[in-house]
Design a protein. Structure first.
Length: 166
């Protein structure tokens, strides 16, 4: 679930989430909240406190669009998150031996060493998928793998995929 900066900083964020978990019988461990890098860096001390509280609730946390904002490895070290989502800007022109590949290799290896799950956004070609997989990205997102879907289409996709891959 993506949170905007306004939602992330809202004073009733925790109460609202707890209400939704109770109302819809959702286990917080099944939720990943994504905030953009720029949102996390806006008020770093407050962001760390908010992220810690969300994590205490059992929610998994991801930094979205990594590499587009105020990237600082010091901040990355201190943010209590579980996942790093690399922005599609690094993926769009990705080729073997490119600067993008070198930057991605460094980001992916660092994130993995920090214990983070790494997701690459914007995967649109088999070559991008091959490079990212080789670099160690655990999760890939993009049109090559699937278009945005409504619930009905997702259920059909899951059924087809489970039948095909099992």
């Amino acid at each position: 679930m993506n949170l905007s900066a306004v939602q992330f900083e809202h004073k009733h964020l925790f109460n609202n989430l707890e209400h939704l978990f109770d109302k819809y019988k959702v286990n917080p461990n099944h939720l990943i909240i994504e905030i953009t890098e720029s949102t996390a860096m806006h008020h770093i001390e407050g962001s760390i406190r908010t992220l810690q509280r969300l994590r205490e609730m059992g929610i998994r946390l991801a930094i979205d669009d990594f590499g587009t904002g105020h990237s600082s490895f010091l901040y990355l070290k201190n943010l209590p998150v579980d996942e790093l989502k690399i922005d599609r800007g690094f993926i769009h022109e990705l080729t073997v031996g490119s600067k993008d590949e070198m930057i991605l290799e460094s980001i992916v290896h660092l994130a993995i060493r920090l214990g983070l799950v790494v997701t690459a956004e914007g995967v649109e070609s088999p070559l991008q998928m091959e490079i990212l997989s080789r670099l160690g990205c655990q999760q890939l997102q993009g049109y090559l793998l699937g278009m945005p879907m409504d619930v009905k289409r997702l259920e059909e996709f899951e059924y087809t995929s489970s039948t095909y891959f099992n």
